[in-house]
Design a protein around this ligand. Structure first.
Ligand SMILES: Nc1ncnc2c1ncn2[C@@H]1O[C@H](COP(=O)(O)OP(=O)(O)OP(=O)(O)O)[C@@H](O)[C@H]1O
Ligand SMILES: [Mg+2]
Length: 391
């Protein structure tokens, strides 16, 4: 199981959209995914659940607020697993996937005051209050590794656009972080600052872990940045406009990993009033470049998180998987990595991939020769995204 938080304290940069679409697409590909909505704005929750249903069935006792409230220690403790729901519309779209499932822990507007509420609960000497804060910050990490929690392949956490204690607890619980961003100058500065804040949080938390060895999960935390995902990119002649291209290069210059695929701006696709409950990646199968880009981004995220599983999945379902495979190969810099991925493929799948790459001369040859030539053709050679989309 991996825990991944989607963070950025800039608002409206596509955190929730990416979380919903990543989760749905990975579940369609057979993963067991749990989404957790930590934002009091509850947009992720309402991407999957009808507001009337939320009011009737969830508001009172089945949102993540109830769990955070229980951390104050003045009521009975509850377990996160009591809050899990399986939203119907989206799961009916992924019913064909072998083990795929998308579960959700809903949010609540009342989470907006949670920092104050939790702080009020901290009493005693400075030392005792520090210990209390340490326990609260680490509580989500502890719960997500509790034996009560069903077995998920991936837990994706949608964070609010702040760096409050709720966001901090998500970062502390995470193995990896995804940072959605718009490609403008201010966002570039924001990412640098965010990176600094995350680093400082990790350092402080690990120092406290040494101070309070008897509280929480033992061990030092070390969440990695899986990558920055650019969204809402404006294109001209199929390329990002100059201002966006500049901002994207300055983020790369910071040394942070950036996912190769950027999601274009597609106002109508994400407009209010589109059918609720089913994200664009599942809903829009044809003629929707932004939905294609979200699917490509999903392949890149999966490859970054679980390269072994990604290779096995590609090998099991090569038809229609050529795009993903090429995307993955393109994202690699080492030839050995590419060869390792391709070794999981059957000869027939390799031939299919060669055909998709328009390598007509590749019909003959041994497996190893075929792998060698596909690696030659893809690793380090950036195919343009139009060509990939045509595959
Ligand atoms: N690629 C896109 N093109 C156009 N609009 C988009 C795109 N992606 C998301 N949107 C829209 O932009 C708005 C903000 O997106 P979203 O809610 O995902 O951002 P967020 O970072 O989660 O915001 P917040 O910080 O408020 O939680 C939403 O109305 C969403 O539908
Ligand atoms: Mg959001």
């Amino acid at each position: 199981m991996q825990v991944v938080s989607v963070i950025n304290y800039k608002g409206g940069v596509g955190k929730t959209t990416i979380t919903a679409n990543l989760g749905a697409e990975l579940a369609r590909r057979g993963m067991r995914v749990l989404l957790i909505d930590l934002d009091p704005q509850t947009s992720l929750t309402f991407s999957f659940v009808d507001p009337e249903e939320w009011r009737r069935d969830l508001r009172e006792a089945r949102t993540v607020k109830r769990w955070f409230d229980s951390l104050r220690g003045d009521g009975p403790g509850i377990s996160l697993s009591e809050l899990i729901i399986t939203p119907q519309p989206v799961n009916s779209y992924i019913a064909d996937a072998e083990d795929g499932r998308l579960d959700l822990i809903a949010s609540h507007l009342g989470l907006i005051n949670i920092d104050l509420d939790l702080a009020r609960g901290l009493r005693g000497t400075d030392e005792e209050r520090d210990a209390g804060l340490f326990r609260i910050r680490g509580a989500l990490a502890e719960q997500l590794h509790h034996r009560d929690l069903p077995d998920y392949d991936l837990i994706l956490i949608d964070c609010p656009p702040t760096f409050n204690i709720v966001t901090q607890s998500a970062i502390i619980a995470s193995d990896q972080l995804i940072i959605p961003a718009k490609a403008d100058f201010l966002s570039t500065l924001g990412i640098d600052y965010l990176y600094g804040s995350v680093d400082k949080l990790i350092e402080d938390y690990n120092a406290d872990a040494r101070r309070f060895p008897d509280i929480g999960r033992p061990g030092i935390i070390k969440p990695d940045i899986a990558g920055v995902a650019f969204t809402m990119i404006q294109l001209m002649y199929q390329r990002p406009i100059a201002a966006h291209a500049d901002a994207m290069s300055s983020v790369r210059a910071l040394g942070l990993p950036v996912f190769p695929t950027a999601v274009r701006e597609a106002a109508t696709l994400f407009a209010q009033g589109t059918p609720r409950g089913v994200p664009a990646v599942l809903r829009e199968r044809a003629n929707s470049p932004a939905a294609d880009e979200l699917r490509q981004l999903t392949a890149e995220v999966m490859h970054a998180l679980q390269p072994g599983r990604f290779a096995a999945m590609m090998a099991a379902a090569p038809v229609g998987g050529a795009t993903d495979t090429v995307t993955a190969l393109r994202g690699m810099s080492a030839r050995e990595d590419g060869a390792a991925l391709l070794h999981a493929f059957s000869l027939a799948s390799l031939r299919e991939l060669a055909a998709a790459l328009d390598m007509s001369a590749l019909g003959s040859g041994t497996r190893d020769e075929l792998i060698e030539r596909i690696v030659e053709r893809t690793i380090g050679s950036r195919l343009n995204s139009e060509a990939i989309r045509r595959l």
